[in-house]
Structures are given as structure tokens and as C-alpha cells.
Design a protein around this ligand. Structure first.
Ligand code: PFF
Length: 457
């Protein structure tokens, strides 16, 4: 087995990049973030940021990987030696640390999906097919630290085994064949959900932007989520870019496609969840349990809901697994490059074990660490907020610095401008302006507003 994976073809790249981007961030995180920030105005802000700063950074990360041929840590080191700026290495480390902690926290949520999956499975053998509802509660899960830890461990173990065997093998085939099934389920659910009476109200909530509903945190939340959902700032796209063979595809076109697909899926997710949530009284729209509370209840009113739920949560878990693989692969690739004597399998196992240890904190956040609070927030919310809305944008800023200082202008241009398209000449200067000015400006403003928000709660 080679130490580095490489993409067999263009299609594999798309599968991995889209697979890394589209995960729980779209279906689970995005709806409650939109709910928390008041709907339409936030959605508009989010789409704008995804298509500007998100897409630009995605292209930049792919370019860094493609140009340097290594993962983020080694790339940051190369650039720091080249530019004689030692501090650049710190950004590489920041990305890796964020990836490790995020995967720990992500695994706990993947564990929730696994729990729902097993409950649906068990309901198949029960007389009362709606009995699963009584076991499907995120609050109950959060109060069972050991169960959360066990489920997260199973998820991590499966991820480690797949990464040890090498990316792109059987998993790729699985996901390819399940993708149409998942798409079909989502369309059926969407039709069901949009035919509910609450739909007009939801459409007003989502597409009538009321800017007074934005708060101090909204910009920071939008930036954080753009980075999280497009897997930016983690170094994942740098690793993927490094696996990519020369001149196989135009990187900006790839960036555009991945961003568009991810954004579309997020919009579909809110259109699917909100009509159901609005039609259920007392359902808070702002809670991380939103998807998990809403969907099973909706399905319970339909004949065949159990089979549907089972297939849906299976697909959701596979999507989340694919996203987790992107993170674990990145962490492993960085470790192998740092310690070249280490076998890939050993590196993946060490990474998995380290992540598992960190998983203890989010898994037991509702029990052992229940009293750990900051500004009234528990550990899992601190994880989410501090990591995704705070540190991740800073890591993104580091990527911009690496891309702008590490790649000579000529090479950047060569990689960006396609010989066959005139527009990319113009787009290149726009892209540079976004990277140099707009992205840092928005990140700094988003962080500053969140800090101000802490004093005006
Ligand atoms: N983008 C994924 C999601 O939206 O669920 C989360 C993620 C996966 C982030 C892989 C980073 C990563 F490397």
C-alpha cells in the first residue's frame, strides 16, 4: 500500500470533495443555525458568503495542495522557509488541531445518527411500529455519556479501518450506488414536507429577508458555517489538492461545482426541515436536536415510515462517514508526512486513538462535565461556537496567507486561468481581490462582532 493515496480519476475527486463537504453540516447543523439567526436575512447572507469567500478559499486550498504536493502542515513549513516567516507554521498546526477536535465532536453527532438507525432497525421487529419514538431523544442521548461514547467509538473505528485500507476503495463504490437512493428519499421527503399547511409561513420565514432579525453573532455564524460545510480551514482540501494529478481538471471550475452543490443541498435541507418543524407546536428551531426531533415524528405519521427512516438515517450516516473519512485522511496524511517512517496504518490508528480520547469531552458533556459552563453554554455548544465560529475562520485566514505568499503569482495564474475560457482572466483578478481584502475583512469583522456581542447579551 502506498503511503499517499491518489485519485484514480476526476470523478473520484468530485466524489471525495463533495462527500467531504456534504455531510451533517448541511442536514443537521445548517437548519438550526438558520433558525437561531432568524431565517431569510441569514440565509441570504450565507449564500452570498458561500459563493464569494467560501468558493475563493476552496480554490485557494486546492491550489496550495496541488502546487506543493503535500498536506497542510508540510505546505505551511515549506512556505515558512521560503518566506522566512516562522509564524506561518503555526497556521498549519492550527488546522491540524482543529481537524482532530472537530472529528471528535463530529463523531459524537454521527453516533446520534447511528443510534437512530439502530432504533429504526429494531422497530422493524416490533408490533407497534411507532415504539421507536420513545427511544429517539437527543436529550436522553446527551444524558447517557457512555452510550454516546460507545456510538462515537464505533463510528471512529469504522473510519480508521477504511482509512487504513486506503481511500477510494470499496467505500467509493458504496457511496456512488447509494447516492441516487439518498437523493430520491430527500425528494420524496421534500414533497411531503412542502405539502404541509405550514409551507407558506416557512417560505416567508426563509425567503423574506428581515434584516432586523440578524444579531451580533450572525456574520460570525455564517462565516463559520461556510467554512465548516465546505471543509475549509481544516486542510482537507489541501490534502485532496495534493492527491490530484497535474492538469487533470481546472481547479476554479471544481471549486465552483463543489460550492454550488453544497449550497443547494443546504437550501434543500432547510426546505425539508422547517415545514415539519413549523407544523409541530413547541418545536424550537434553534436547537441542535432539530433534525433528530422533527424527522422521526414526521415519519411516524406515514405507513412505511420505519423503512423510510431506516434508509434515510443509513444514507445520512454514510454521508457523515464519508465526511469523517476526509478529516481522518487529512490528519493521517499530515502525520505520515511529519513522521515518514510511520506506516499509514499505524498513523491512522494513532490518529483514531487520539481523537477517541478527545471524544470523552463532548460525549460526557451532559453528565460528568455537566457543570462546565461558559456564558451559560455547555461543553458541546462551546465546542461548536469556539471552534467553528472562532478558530476555524482564523485557520482559513492562515490558508489565505499560505496561498498568497507561498505560490508565485505566475503559478497561481497558470493554475487559475484556463486556456479555453476568456472569463477566467477577469475572474482571476476578482478572486485575488476577494482573497486579499474581502475574506480577511469579513473574518475580522465577524470575529469582532461576536466579541462585542458577548458584552451586549
Ligand atoms: N463539511 C462537513 C459537513 O458539512 O458535514 C464537515 C467536515 C467534513 C468538515 C470534513 C471538515 C472536513 F474535513
Amino acid at each position: 500500500m502506498s503511503k499517499r493515496s491518489s485519485f484514480r480519476n476526476r470523478f473520484s475527486f468530485y466524489l471525495l470533495a463533495i462527500g467531504s463537504a456534504c455531510g451533517l453540516g448541511n442536514l443537521w447543523r445548517f437548519p438550526y443555525i438558520v433558525g437561531e439567526n432568524g431565517g431569510g436575512a441569514f440565509l441570504l447572507l450565507y449564500v452570498f458568503l458561500a459563493l464569494t469567500i467560501g468558493m475563493s478559499l476552496l480554490i485557494a486550498e486546492l491550489m496550495v495542495g496541488h502546487y506543493t504536493g503535500v498536506s497542510v502542515l508540510a505546505a505551511a513549513k515549506k512556505v515558512s522557509q521560503q518566506t522566512k516567516r516562522k509564524s506561518i507554521v503555526a497556521f498549519g498546526w492550527l488546522s491540524v488541531i482543529i481537524s482532530v477536535v472537530t472529528l471528535a465532536y463530529y463523531s459524537v453527532i454521527c453516533g446520534w445518527v447511528l443510534h437512530y438507525l439502530t432504533q429504526f432497525l429494531m422497530s422493524l421487529f416490533q408490533k407497534d411500529s411507532t415504539v421507536y419514538l420513545s427511544h429517539m431523544s437527543v436529550t436522553m442521548l446527551q444524558q447517557s455519556g457512555w452510550l454516546q461514547f460507545l456510538l462515537a467509538s464505533v463510528h471512529l473505528l469504522i473510519s480508521v479501518v477504511i482509512v487504513v485500507k486506503g481511500l477510494g476503495d470499496g467505500v467509493e463504490r458504496w457511496i456512488t450506488s447509494l447516492l441516487p437512493v439518498f437523493g430520491l428519499l430527500v425528494v420524496v421527503l421534500l414533497i411531503g414536507s412542502l405539502s404541509l399547511e405550514s409551507t407558506p409561513e416557512v417560505l416567508r420565514f426563509l425567503f423574506y429577508p428581515d434584516f432586523s432579525k440578524l444579531n451580533w453573532n450572525s456574520l460570525g455564524h455564517a462565516v463559520g458555517h461556510v467554512f465548516f460545510t465546505l471543509s475549509l480551514g481544516f486542510g482537507t482540501m489541501v490534502t485532496f489538492g495534493s492527491y490530484f494529478k497535474k492538469d487533470e481538471e481546472h481547479l476554479p471550475t471544481m471549486g465552483l461545482r463543489v460550492t454550488l452543490i453544497d449550497t443547494l443541498i443546504s437550501i434543500v435541507a432547510v426546505l425539508l426541515i422547517f415545514p415539519i418543524a413549523f407544523s409541530m407546536s413547541k418545536q424550537p428551531l434553534t436547537d441542535p436536536s432539530l433534525l433528530f426531533e422533527v424527522l422521526p415524528r414526521f415519519l411516524s405519521s406515514y405507513k412505511g415510515g420505519v423503512i423510510f427512516g431506516l434508509t434515510f438515517f443509513l444514507c445520512l450516516w454514510l454521508a457523515a462517514l464519508n465526511a469523517s473519512l476526509g478529516l481522518l485522511e487529512t490528519i493521517t496524511a499530515n502525520l505520515v508526512e511529519k513522521k515518514p517512517k510511520l506506516k499509514r496504518s499505524v498513523a491512522a490508528s494513532i490518529s483514531g486513538l487520539t481523537i477517541l480520547l478527545i471524544t470523552v469531552f463532548p460525549a460526557f458533556s451532559g453528565t460528568i462535565f455537566k457543570n462546565f459552563k461558559m456564558y451559560g453554554h455547555g461543553l458541546i455548544e462551546i465546542f461548536d461556537s469556539f471552534l467553528i465560529n472562532g478558530l476555524l475562520p482564523v485557520a482559513g485566514l492562515g490558508m489565505v496567507i499560505i496561498a498568497l505568499t507561498g505560490l508565485p503569482e505566475k503559478d497561481r495564474k497558470d493554475l487559475f486561468i484556463s486556456q479555453t475560457s476568456m472569463t477566467s482572466q477577469v475572474m482571476y483578478s476578482h478572486w485575488k481581490i476577494v482573497l486579499m481584502w474581502v475574506l480577511p475583512g469579513i473574518i475580522i469583522l465577524g470575529l469582532a462582532l461576536q466579541i462585542i456581542g458577548l458584552f451586549f447579551r
